[in-house]
Design a protein around this ligand. Structure first.
Ligand code: PDD
Length: 287
C-alpha cells in the first residue's frame, strides 16, 4: 500500500507530495506544526494539540488554513488512509506561497497545510523503554519563543545530532544558570532521591508539551510528590530517575546523562509506572 499525504486540499501519493519552492515554510521556516500519537487506532489528545496549534498560529498571525473541524477530519482521514494503528500524525501549517520577501504577504495568500501519518512499532518502543536512553547536554541556543511550535528546528536538529554523535538519543539543553530547559524534541524530568518528580515550569524557555500536561494530570491523580521548578544538570546526575516526555516517545526513561549513570542505571519505577498508566489519562478519539 502506498502512503498518502494531504497537501493543500488534496490527498496525494506520499512520494509525489510537494509544496511550491516559494512556500514560506521552505524559505523562512515561517510555519508551525503538531505531532499527535496514534494509539490503537485512536488519535491521542487531538483537542489539546489543536488548541496549541491555534495558539502557535495566533502568535505568528497565521490564519487557520481551514476550519478546525475540517482539520480534524483531515487528520482522521490521513490516519485511516494510511492504515495507521499505532504511529504518528503530523500537521504543518505555513504562511503560504508568495514571492520571496521577508514582509508578510498580502491577505489573499492562503496558508499552506500538509498532513502526513506514519506507523511505528509499539514493540520497538517498549524495548527502548525497557532499556532507557542516554541524553547528552548541549548549551541552550534557541530563540526565547520556544513556546511557539515552529518548524524552525535547526537548533534542535544540531543539538540532537550532537547527542547522537556522542552516544545519546536525546539532547538536553542547558541554560546559562546550569539548568536543564528541555530536550531537543522532548520535555525533561527527574525524580529526586526523596521521590519527588521535578520538571521545569512551562511559562517560558520550553514548549508546553501535551505529554507533559497529561503526565502532570497523572501525577496529581496518583497523588505523587511533585515540584514544578527548574533543575540543574548536577541534580540530574544525582537523581534517582530521569525521563523525557513527548508524543513521539511517551514517557521514556533516561538511564545516562553525559555518560554518567542515573540512579541504578536502569529505567526507574516511577517512569515505567507513568508510562504504563499514560493512556488512562489521555483523550482518545477514533480516527
Ligand atoms: N516534539 N519540547 C520540544 C522541543 C518538542 O519538539 C516536543 C515535541 C516536546 C514535547 O511536546 P509534546 O508532548 O506535545 O509532544 C517538547 C515533537 C514530538 C516532534 O518534534 O517530533
Amino acid at each position: 500500500m502506498s502512503r498518502i499525504a494531504y497537501v493543500n486540499g488534496q490527498y496525494v501519493r506520499h512520494g509525489d507530495a510537494a509544496v511550491h519552492v516559494e512556500d514560506r515554510g521552505y524559505q523562512f521556516a515561517d510555519g508551525v506544526y503538531e505531532v499527535c500519537e496514534v494509539w490503537q487506532g485512536k488519535i491521542v489528545d487531538m483537542p489539546r494539540h489543536l488548541d496549541r496549534l491555534s495558539r502557535s498560529l495566533g502568535e505568528l498571525q497565521i490564519d487557520w488554513p481551514m476550519s478546525r473541524n475540517a482539520v480534524e477530519f483531515v487528520l482522521r482521514q490521513v490516519v485511516r488512509r494510511n492504515l495507521v494503528k499505532n504511529g504518528l500524525v503530523y500537521i504543518q501549517v505555513t504562511r503560504g506561497v508568495a514571492k520571496r520577501d521577508h514582509f508578510f504577504p498580502s491577505d489573499d495568500v492562503a496558508p499552506s497545510i500538509v498532513v502526513t501519518a506514519k506507523s511505528t512499532s509499539p514493540a520497538a518502543a517498549e524495548a527502548q523503554a525497557e532499556k532507557g536512553i542516554s541524553v547528552v547536554s548541549y548549551p541552550e541556543n534557541r530563540w526565547p519563543r520556544v513556546d511557539i511550535k515552529t518548524v524552525a528546528l535547526l537548533p534542535n536538529v544540531l543539538a540532537k545530532q550532537h547527542a547522537k554523535e556522542n552516544g545519546g538519543k536525546e539532547a538536553w539543553y542547558i541554560d546559562t544558570e546550569g539548568n536543564v530547559t528541555e530536550g531537543g524534541s522532548t520535555n525533561a524530568w527527574i525524580v529526586t532521591k526523596d521521590g519527588a518528580l521535578v520538571t521545569r515550569p512551562a511559562e517560558n524557555g520550553i514548549l508546553r508539551g501535551i505529554t507533559r500536561a497529561v503526565v502532570l494530570d497523572l501525577v496529581k491523580r496518583e497523588d505523587l510528590t511533585f515540584e514544578e521548578r527548574p533543575f540543574s544538570l548536577q541534580e540530574a546526575f544525582e537523581a534517582k530517575e530521569a525521563f523525557v516526555t513527548a508524543a513521539s516517545t511517551l514517557v521514556m526513561p533516561v538511564t545516562r546523562v553525559d555518560g554518567r549513570i542515573v540512579g541504578n542505571g536502569h529505567p526507574g519505577s516511577v517512569a515505567l509506572r507513568l508510562r504504563e498508566l499514560f493512556h488512562t489519562a489521555t483523550d482518545l478519539q477514533t480516527a
